[in-house]
Design a protein around this ligand. Sequence first.
Ligand SMILES: [Zn+2]
Length: 304
Amino acid sequence: MPQPLLTLAEGVHVHVPADLDPARAGWCLSNSGVIADGGEVLVVDTGATERRARALRAAVAAVAPGPVSTVVNTHFHGDHTFGNFVFRPEATIVQHEGARAEAEFAGLHMSGLWPEVEWGALSVSLGGVTFRDTMTVHVGELRVELVHPGLAHTGGDAVVWVPERSVLFTGDVVMSGATPFCLMGSISGSLRAVELLRGLGARTLVSGHGQPGGPELFDVTESYLRWVQGLAADGVRRGIEPLALARETDLGEFAGLQDPERLVGNLHRAYAEERGLPEGAALDVVSVFYEMAELHGGPLTCLA
Ligand SMILES: [Zn+2]
């Protein structure tokens, strides 16, 4: 029996991994969405491993009969895209054009970061259709709007908005119970993106990680990012490195968010922006992952 999906509104469902535990790490455990109407089905994000993707496919079939005709990826990270191949060839994969390029470049790199994970027989399925700013997909009678909110979590983010059901799938632009992560995107861009998404007026938010919620999820992400900006301004002024600053920082109201070690990655990005580098300027992601592991006190655990 596949894990049943949670129904958010008529024809709109979410799959939150059953083994997600807010009290421990959450790397690689991502949510998927299902939008179904009139015998047509769209899936948002496909999980990290073959096992999870196949279980998702079975769970989708239980709630929404009919072939999955469209898969939308909220961004290129493997925990949101590696399961795409399970929905091929019936489904068309839709990605922001930036996400497609990033996914092509990254390949299965993420699986190499965590060789102990049982990834399955993965193959990368890139977008067959890409978009630049916005795109509308009609699922039966339901209008599904894809919006690129600018450079935010990554350069190729896409959010999925179902206005008639007031449900917004934010991908990792917004986090729920987990620490936001902008190392591969932009802090200031993420703040603009949050403002843009607020303007859509969604009642229900599904973030890329964690439990669904309401507009209060915007508040946590926004206040965390502003807090990081403030820390970075101070750190740059004092000439202290991001890792040292992260070590001495009291997380305060953000202490309960999963994966707090992301602070050092966020600080690297915020430092770059504080120093006037262009948003999205290339940073040494691999060395920052080592620093996050150092802050964490050991290797980061991928729960895929
Ligand atoms: Zn991500």
